[in-house]
Design a binder for this molecule. Structure first.
Ligand code: MGD
Ligand code: MGD
Ligand code: SF4
Length: 812
């Protein structure tokens, strides 16, 4: 970045520069008003065909994140070997040279012992360039342990799409043309993906579509919906299956997608088996098997007794779906899916889209448009023999073991088990790591069962954290490396999708960096590689030098150049006239950088009908794709699928494992001891776990229904509050089988009686002076992850934050 670009602006003469927001998985393209090297204002990027200038309210919080007075501005070394909450780590500022030299020594010590696999890299949020620091650098060092946060994020969601229509990915929704939206737990005005786009278009959609929100909590989107269905937590599959039953008995499936009885006479009658030969299926597979095995008995009357939604309301919604099909869309959130037995809920909900012909159809639920960026170049050829031995060791998260199928994209062990890593470290199974690097993550705060992470990190000899703030993870670290702010201080690339377009947008260093920081995804590996080179280990530097400027073929000579060249390499197919295929066209890199975003062509409907990437090429109600994945996993362990189901704590046996079916939700805590059910949710102002040290966050928390400014509240229904003798503002203790936290009561009719709801985000005891009550010692409110058990949905590998989590509420 040239000095004059940063400093030429006289007061009042700043300019808008493109970058990308990372406040959530929407990754909106942005423009920042920069003057005298400072970021002053922010807006959506007008060149984005996904969201244009629109934004969610959280964009502004990024400015306070950037200029947070509690930011780490120089490397810090721990002087107190004793680790624990409330124990001062005595961090001493040191130079980059000292910090990187120490880090390199530790890596070389592992190489000397032939134990390179004992290096573990953990990452949270990221840009596409994080592959340099996390995936590829870790590979060259000789460790299989590049662990992402994906299983804390939303893996169960992708499971639902993959095992019905063959895409391990999220979806977009054609809300401009839809007539009915049924959401299982998604609150699109607050969270999920492309919040900016959906916020800006939702009001227009309400002019031509009806909305029903299924959520035990009255969310922002429920407040604008036609119907709110306050379901009993964990019982979404009962509702979805009964809707499917009702659609079939009422002749409501979409014939052009699903097919029809050969003689046109509907034989789907409650309780009656149907002859599969009587039905001629078109673009779907296994409808009659699904009916015979599961749906025929899943009446609305049955569902009412299980999920707490009246049969009358279920029937009404089924009729509305039938009337609006195929211009309908069934959305599903982490809340409905990231549950201990949630895998079959994900496919039950998505199967409704199949039944109603909404898949890949106008007004319906659409896959992401393909975008054509490249990956960061592979590091394979830079792996030496010593490193190859390390790479052969089992991965620290135990993925692929019998009880951990994590079937990403159909592969046994294809996924990740982020939250298992704490247990692996504690039990030294498969081994105890010696170096843990955390990048843009805070698993001691963001993962259920936080205490395990604290204990695990205490036991690791050398923990490094790349972070903007001293967070709960940093508190247990030996070395802190100051992170560059993701949006404003580094090179990166990110992607997003919505409004029938995909986009790829640039992240660039646009301000004067605060303190003594370097670009963390490229600058840190660069400095480390140079130190390792000095110690005779030259492959990491050779790898990084192989990432050349695609225009001049120049090798990088600084970390910043590495970031720039990597960003150019990854986006080259989008801006290079010699390479581009479709979507926006640019004259070259400079124009792309100035506009900041590439947009794909608009989505073409119904291209996937008959050509889905499933085993059968069709939308699978009976999932041959899941059958194949589960069977391969079972074979790998010399057993059968029934045993896999048992060990993963599912009830299904036999053919039931391959179809969407009802599983009784697993309850954590007996009702006698833990009578209420706990509901976790995101605040509208959460930038994942990163916004609590922000005054604007604390001052505006009441943007969420039932929330209170500057407080951490648990929302309790007036009926329960009366029984418990509670009033607004009372302090209460919430206890689960996992732990206890304290917070304040907010009496709120928008939670189902018998349940309590609390937003994730507060409860920091580190992170800064605003986020904590006493920095390093006392939390402001309570962290939900202290009371959530570290359970998993084993088939996808997702952490199970939701379902039936029993709690006890006591006045303090
Ligand atoms: P964060 O909690 O956002 O990410 O969880 P994590 O991946 O752990 O923490 C990121 C950390 O990186 C910060 O604490 C800070 O130390 C550092 N940091 C912040 N900004 C920057 C930056 O710009 N650069 C660098 N280098 N470092 C930075 C997220 C995860 O949390 C996710 S994705 C989800 S979806 C889950 N949501 C969720 C929930 O809804 N409820 C509950 N109870 N828990 C949840 N946990 C999960
Ligand atoms: P959450 O909002 O985490 O998930 O976005 P979603 O997948 O939409 O899901 C929790 C929702 O489920 C809440 O509304 C909760 O009340 C509801 N719920 C809880 N239990 C149940 C249940 O049993 N049944 C039903 N039907 N609902 C239930 C996640 C996505 O959001 C992700 S993965 C990330 S990383 C982004 N992070 C993020 C953020 O940090 N803040 C905000 N505001 N938006 C974000 N968007 C992204
Ligand atoms: Fe940033 Fe997410 Fe808001 Fe987009 S929706 S502006 S990525 S916080």
């Amino acid at each position: 970045m040239s000095e004059d670009r940063l400093l030429s602006a006289k007061p009042g003469t700043g300019k808008w520069i493109a970058t990308t927001c990372n406040g959530c998985t929407s990754f909106c393209a942005k423009q920042i008003y920069v003057q005298d090297g400072r970021a002053l204002h922010i807006r959506g990027n007008e060149f984005s065909k996904v969201h244009g200038k629109a934004s969610c309210p959280r964009q502004y919080l990024s400015l306070q994140e950037l200029y947070d007075p509690d930011r780490v501005k120089t490397p810090l070394l721990r002087m107190n070997p004793k680790k624990g909450q409330g124990i001062d780590p005595v961090f001493k500022p040191i130079s980059w040279e000292e910090a990187i030299s120490l880090f390199a020594d530790k890596i070389m010590a592992l190489r000397e012992k032939n134990e390179t696999h004992k290096y573990v890299a953990l990452r949270g949020r990221y840009s596409f360039l994080s592959d340099i620091l996390i995936k590829n650098f870790t590979t060259v060092l000789g460790s299989p342990n590049a662990i992402t946060h994906s299983s804390l994020c939303a893996e169960a969601d992708k499971f639902g799409s993959y095992y019905t229509e063959g895409g391990w990915e999220y979806r977009q929704y054609d809300i401009k043309n839809t007539r009915y939206v049924l959401s299982f737990g998604v609150d699109p005005l607050s969270a999920n993906r492309q919040v900016s786009y959906y916020c800006s278009e939702w009001g227009n959609m309400l002019d031509h579509a009806q909305v029903a929100i299924v959520d035990p909590r009255f969310s922002s989107s429920a407040s604008k919906a036609d119907e709110w269905l306050p379901i009993i937590p964990g019982q979404d599959s009962a509702l979805a299956l009964s809707l499917a039953h009702q659609i079939l008995v009422n002749d409501g499936w979409h014939k052009a997608f699903v097919g029809q009885f050969i003689d046109g006479v509907n034989r789907f009658q409650s309780g009656e088996v149907v002859d599969p030969l009587a039905f001629n299926e078109l673009h779907t597979y296994g409808l009659v098997e699904w009916w015979n095995l599961e749906l025929k008995d899943r009446t609305p009357e049955w569902a009412e007794t299980v999920c707490g939604i009246s049969a009358e309301q279920i029937k009404r919604i089924a009729q509305k779906l039938i009337a609006a099909a195929p211009k309908v869309q069934i959305w599903r959130s982490r809340g409905a899916q990231m549950q201990h037995r949630g895998a079959y809920t994900t496919i039950a909900c998505h199967a409704l889209n199949g039944l109603l012909g909404a898949v890949d159809n106008e007004g319906g639920v659409i896959q992401y448009n393909s975008s054509r960026e490249d990956s960061v170049p592979s590091a394979k050829e830079f792996v030496d023999d010593l490193a190859k031995k390390g790479l052969k060791q089992e991965r620290i998260d135990r993925v692929g073991r019998l009880e951990w199928p994590a079937l990403k994209s159909g592969k046994s062990g294809g996924g990740v088990l982020t939250n298992v890593v704490a247990d692996s470290i504690l039990s030294a199974d498969p081994y105890k790591p010696e170096i843990v690097l955390g990048y843009l993550n805070n698993f001691t705060f963001s993962a259920p069962g936080t205490q395990r992470w604290e204990d695990a990190l205490k036991s690791v000899p050398f923990v490094v954290h790349v972070t903007t703030n001293i967070s709960e993870f940093s508190w247990f670290s030996d070395l802190i490396l100051p992170g560059s702010h993701f949006m404003y201080e580094k090179w990166g690339v990110q992607g997003s999708c919505g409004n029938m377009h995909s986009q790829v947008s640039i992240i660039q260093p646009i301000i004067k960096r605060l303190g003594d920081t370097v670009d963390d995804e490229s600058g840190i590996p660069w400095l480390l590689a140079k130190e390792l080179d000095k110690r005779g280990f030259s492959n990491p530097l050779a790898y990084l030098k192989s990432i050349r400027d695609p225009e001049t073929q120049k090798e990088p000579i600084t970390g910043d150049e590495l970031g720039l060249y990597a960003a150019k390499v990854v986006t080259q197919p989008l801006w290079d006239p010699a390479k581009y295929v479709d979507g926006d066209k640019f004259s070259g890199w400079d124009e792309f950088l100035q506009k900041g975003v590439w947009n794909s062509e608009p989505y073409q409907f119904r291209q996937l009908w008959g050509k889905m990437k499933t085993k059968t090429g069709r939308f699978e109600f009976y999932s041959e794709t899941l059958k194949s994945a589960l069977s391969k996993h079972a074979e790998k362990h010399n057993t059968d699928v029934d045993e896999v189901m048992r060990i993963c704590n599912y009830q299904a046996q036999g053919e039931m494992a391959f179809i969407p079916h009802y599983e009784q939700p697993y309850r954590f805590g007996e009702p006698a001891e833990y009578p209420m059910l706990f509901i976790d949710h995101k605040s509208r102002l959460n930038r994942e776990g990163r916004s609590a040290n922000n005054q604007w966050y604390q001052n505006n928390l009441d943007i969420d229904p039932g929330a209170v400014k500057h407080q951490d509240v648990v929302k309790i229904n007036p009926i329960d509050a009366q029984q418990l003798g509670l009033k607004n503002g009372d302090r209460v203790k919430i206890t689960s089988i996992q732990g206890e936290i304290a917070c304040q009561v907010s009496i709120f009719e928008g939670v189902r009686p018998g349940t309590v709801a609390k937003a994730f985000g507060q409860g920091h005891w580190a992170y800064g002076k605003v986020a904590s009550k006493v920095f390093g010692q006392e939390a402001l409110g309570g962290n939900n992850n202290t009371i959530l058990p570290p359970a998993h949905e084993h088939l996808s590998g997702a952490a199970a934050f939701y379902g039936q989590i029993g709690v006890r509420i006591e006045k303090m």
